[in-house]
Design a protein around this ligand. Structure first.
Ligand SMILES: NC(=O)c1ccc[n+]([C@@H]2O[C@H](COP(=O)([O-])OP(=O)(O)OC[C@H]3O[C@@H](n4cnc5c(N)ncnc54)[C@H](OP(=O)(O)O)[C@@H]3O)[C@@H](O)[C@H]2O)c1
Length: 500
């Protein structure tokens, strides 16, 4: 079979594309025809002989695959030939086939494609174990994620939100942080430009953060430890920056905080039941769309060393994936149930309070402008699910990368319009109203398309107020939705709302 081979330890450019024989199948093992392989940081360590697992040379890197079972060894019960599966093989994934213990093989959830299946368990498994089992993260606590746009970091951002935490995402670029916001981060810190300690103080009102998730190590580690709240938990996840931090022992003493190690691989070996339970919960979150992997780029098997180089160069956001062979499959459209509104909060901004009794006095008045809101791919997918409008320009991210001029999908125009109610709630509270209903729409136009990941906000005003029976009032509201960086609005409409 074809594979990318590590014949002697070194950097990704020393890997060779070649042939290797598939090892014989032992009892308890399965043979998988690989469709895709997730790219993880340990892959760059294993080829340099810097990882705890040290396979015999030559070997193919790649620890997490999706594919189809070609053969099963004796005593294999829970999977059979032809099953679509995910396997945590440790190495051997940058290849056409892999033999792996059946204990490390899981069925792919219904509806999930091979690309998503190949890159979800490792990162989510690590971050869920870290936040749930090691940090015991509680609803309402503050979680700081360093390297927040990396594989495990972005998983921690998403899971932190699912667990009800207030998430501060910290990363090195605006582009990376925009994706963190898409995934629900409440606050962002660009540590290549901003003072990490000062920003944490500012965002937490000097209280510090309850949990730090650190997959980087290096110089930022001590800064983050100094920024912890009383009884905080500092999670040591990895050392992507290369050097292992040395902490002064007085810091945990003064803060009453703990420094907690996270070793997901060892946890899965030592506590298989708990690990399986976590997998079950994660697959449930994935299936229901509460979490969904951000796919950075898909590489061919021949070009997979490039994926490792880009990971080392900090160019990958979310997950890089290697596609093995030429196959086609319907893309996975997860539906998001994360309730975070993806609003960039502006400190101190409060809605205007008006009285129903004298609302006519405010005709012609501007209600101001709302906070920015990022239109995420998850929101677009949810809208497609609700309306059954699955046009590829909205939901097929991969096709959009190839065919759209800027490589992005666009939101349905009616999705943009439907956000007007949410924006109005942000702008104004009308006291004395017991109920309100959408009465109609006089005109609506969508002059500019809203691309996935872009920011919009609304300028609102009261155009007219008319009497209705039973002391009701018809409010004619102007909604002008601004697209960041564009002179033309994304949507202009005159909404009619009846209030009673
Ligand atoms: N403990 C465990 O069980 C466990 C499990 C899985 C992974 N890990 C470890 O977690 C770490 C992250 O893994 P990952 O797969 O998420 O990697 P990744 O996708 O490459 O993310 C790492 C992030 O670290 C930041 N970074 C800072 N300095 C870096 C440097 N010199 N080189 C590369 N990245 C740097 C980058 O973000 P910015 O550019 O924004 O700074 C990058 O996005 C690795 O050390 C890995 O071994 C541990």
């Amino acid at each position: 079979m074809k594979a990318i081979l590590c014949k002697s330890y070194g950097l990704p450019n020393t890997l060779e594309f070649g042939e290797i024989t598939t090892p014989p199948l032992q009892p308890g093992e399965v043979l998988i025809s690989i469709r895709a392989c997730g790219v993880n940081f340990p892959d760059v360590l294993i080829i340099q002989n810097k990882y705890q697992i040290k396979p015999e040379l030559p070997f193919a890197p790649g620890g997490e695959v999706s594919g189809i079972i070609l053969a099963t060894g004796e005593k294999v019960k829970h999977v059979k030939i032809g099953d679509r599966v995910i396997a945590l093989c440790g190495f051997g994934g940058f290849a056409e086939e892999v033999v792996v213990s059946a204990k490390r093989v899981f069925p792919i959830p219904e509806g999930m494609d091979f690309i998503n299946a190949a890159c979800s368990l490792y990162t989510y498994g690590t971050s869920y174990h870290a936040l749930k089992d090691r940090a015991n993260l509680l609803k309402g606590e503050t979680l700081l994620v360093l390297g927040a746009a990396g594989g495990v970091g972005l998983a921690a951002v998403e899971l932190g939100k699912v667990m009800g935490a207030k998430v501060i995402a910290a990363a090195s670029s605006t582009e990376k942080l925009a994706i963190c916001q898409e995934k629900g981060a409440d606050f962002i810190i660009n540590y290549s430009k901003e003072d990490l300690r000062a920003r944490i103080k500012e965002l937490t009102n000097d209280q510090g953060v309850d949990v730090v998730y650190d997959p980087i190590g290096g110089t930022m580690a001590e800064v983050a430890l100094r920024s912890m709240a009383w009884k905080g938990r500092y999670l040591v996840v990895g050392f992507a920056a290369g050097n292992i931090p040395q902490f002064p022992a007085n810091l945990p003493l003064l803060k009453g905080c703990s420094i907690v190690g996270v070793f997901w691989g060892s946890f899965a070996e030592r506590e298989p039941q708990q690990s399986l339970q976590n997998f079950g919960e994660l697959l449930g979150y994935i299936k229901s769309g509460m979490i969904k992997q951000h796919i950075h780029k898909i590489y061919s098997l021949e070009h997979s060393p490039r994926a490792l180089e880009e990971l080392m160069d900090r160019k990958v956001i979310g997950k890089a994936v290697v596609k093995v062979g030429d196959w086609k499959e319907a893309p996975f459209v997860g539906k998001s149930t994360v309730t975070k509104s993806h609003v960039t909060p502006e400190a101190g901004k409060k809605p205007m309070v008006l009285q129903k009794a004298n609302i006519k006095a405010h005709v012609g008045q501007s209600l101001g402008v709302s906070d920015w809101l990022i239109v995420t791919q998850e929101m677009i997918n949810d809208f497609a699910t609700a309306t059954h409008d699955y046009q590829w320009i909205h939901v097929d991210v991969e096709k959009a990368k190839q065919l759209m001029p800027d490589g992005k999908t666009i939101a349905h125009g009616y999705l943009t319009l439907s956000l007007a109610a949410k924006f109005f709630y942000e702008l104004v509270i009308i006291e004395g109203v017991t109920s309100s209903i959408n009465y109609g729409l006089n005109k609506a136009r969508f002059p500019v398309a809203v691309k996935s990941g872009s920011r919009i906000r609304m300028h609102g005003s009261i155009l007219k107020v008319e009497d209705m029976p039973n002391y009701g009032l018809k409010l004619f509201l102007e909604c002008k939705i601004e697209l960041e960086g564009d002179d033309k609005p994304a949507c202009i409409a005159e909404l009619i709302t009846a209030i009673f």
